[in-house]
Design a protein around this ligand. Sequence first.
Ligand SMILES: [Zn+2]
Ligand SMILES: [Zn+2]
Length: 377
Amino acid sequence: MRPALDYNPTVPVLAAVMPAPFTPIELREFPEPEIERGGILLKTVYSEVCGTDVHLWHGRLSGVPYPIIPGHVAVGTVAKMRGPIVLADGRQAREGDRLVFFDVHRTCGRCVACTVRGTPTRCPQRKVYGITDAAADGLFGGWSEAIYLEPGVVAAVLPDSVAAEDYIGGGCGLITAVHAIDRAAIRLGDRVLVQGTGAVGLSVVALARLSGASTVIAVGAPADRLDLARQMGADLTLDIAKTTPEERHALVAGITGGRGPDIILEASGSARAIEEALALVADGGRYVVAGHYTNAGPSTINAHEHINRKHLEIRGCWGSEAGHFLRALTVLEQHAPTLPWRAIGARVYALNRLNEALADAEAMRLPKAIVDPRLRA
Ligand SMILES: [Zn+2]
Ligand SMILES: [Zn+2]
């Protein structure tokens, strides 16, 4: 592959489109968008192919207006804008700035979810770049040479010390992990177990360690992700494919003084993981479910044994808010030099290679594929 010539905003913009579930990704040309006052046209540097994109391809998310331009997380540089535009840190955007943005937009701020419950991630008006924005509506996805940030999208300058590779390697998984860690309310010294070693689980391991957990156990697969989990801060990793539930129970009991983890965070999307966690978690503990982004079917729970008698707290964690995105940037600014977020983005693909990227992500050959629209295969 060779780097493309510099993107020329006067020619049509090339983007990779998912026409419908289980339909090959195709390249299409889009006109350059009309830039409204407060709008920004980003020249894409990187986007990603994550588990959500595999779910999109399998048609497992509701309310998706196919065809879409996937790629809900991206980093780019400002090619054009109609300012003045105030960024999240209070400074004004400038052409050439290296920007990142929060994928959720049009959250209304007026509905019951936004106001009464304080759960804007459940706002019925919210739209998400690369997921619930239609290709017919414009360049609202990162699998494209350019992305249009409409007025009101939360955008921030990527801190100088954070490489684009670190940001996109952390990507949506890191932002989701910041939210999950909030929900977990880890206290100093807590023993924590993380179920799942995909992009979310790996970041949860790192953030649990940074939050003061005394012990962090990661359960997942395959071996290269367990290696990454250890680099992210796990003390013990258990291969879900090479251990039985009984063996895991014994090993976890052994490392937690017989009590079980105080906190378990689920980032696996497995119905069986729920049953295992409820058996493992300590009395008076807490369980955060963040990985069931699609319907994995029912889990069997004995309310007496697993919830009531344990005095257990169970919390869901849906999506993320702009504050999680901004704090993920702060975390990266501080810790990207020492934690291997960029290693999560194992391989880089050009726009015309995204069917391969999806197949690789689907087969779990890598935790996350990186999209570089500047590449020409
Ligand atoms: Zn994602
Ligand atoms: Zn709302």
